[in-house]
Design a protein around this ligand. Structure first.
Ligand SMILES: [Fe+2]
Ligand SMILES: [Fe+2]
Length: 211
């Protein structure tokens, strides 16, 4: 009698695979004090799942794509394409529904860019793009970038943090490129909070609130 191969549970598997990749990246970045990629990806997963619920997109595809979208970040610019190849191979060795793998790979392959000239066409690709970019606007971005840079010894003073934070002047373009209504609405609120954060922080440092 042949033993049936035990199927690996995909949700646990993708999470573990991504965690391993993020620890490697943190070591490579010489910032073990703050695992930037893990913070980023877990935030994207939460938003992707929520966007799936709000829009009726496929939850499995959204969650798998969110966990794996940056798994080949070590390959730089080509990480969406390499990540898509990884996802295809990896998911086929788990209990993930075979017929959905192609769409996970496509969503990962198309997640690049801080803004877009043309919108994406597949719903799950649109929402992964939105979820990924939402984490780069707002207080999440402020916390992740600041902590990440401090861990790498890049920002030293509070004024540096403010200056660096204000450099992200592309965020309006990102909002204009958002595909889904809920993401665009949230992005606008996030950008407002982000800009206010730097203004208020600077005001406090200057004692501008003492009247
Ligand atoms: Fe990415
Ligand atoms: Fe990402």
């Amino acid at each position: 009698m042949t033993k049936k191969k035990k199927q690996v549970k995909w949700e646990t598997a993708v999470k573990q695979a991504m965690y391993k990749a993020t620890v490697k990246e943190a070591k490579r970045r010489k910032s073990p004090a703050f695992n930037y990629r893990w913070e980023h990806v877990t935030a994207v997963v939460t938003l992707a799942e929520k966007l799936a619920i709000l829009t009726g997109a496929d939850r499995d595809i959204m969650v798998a794509a969110a966990w794996l979208h940056d798994i080949r970040k070590d390959t730089g610019e080509s990480h969406p394409r390499k990540g898509a190849i990884f996802a295809r191979n990896f998911l086929s060795q788990t209990d993930f529904p075979k017929k959905k793998i192609k769409r996970v790979a496509r969503a990962i392959e198309q997640h690049m860019g801080l803004w877009r000239d043309e919108p994406l066409t597949m719903l799950e690709a649109q929402l992964l793009w939105d979820a990924d970019k939402l984490t780069k606007i707002g207080l999440t971005a402020a916390a992740h970038w600041t902590a990440g840079d401090i861990a790498r010894g890049r920002r030293r003073t509070t004024r540096d943090i403010i200056k660096q934070g204000r450099k992200a002047d592309w965020q309006e373009k990102t909002i204009a490129s958002m595909h889904s209504k809920p993401a665009r609405k949230a992005a606008k609120k996030r950008l407002k909070a982000y800009n206010e954060l730097w203004d208020k922080l600077e005001q406090e440092l200057d004692g501008g609130d003492l009247k």
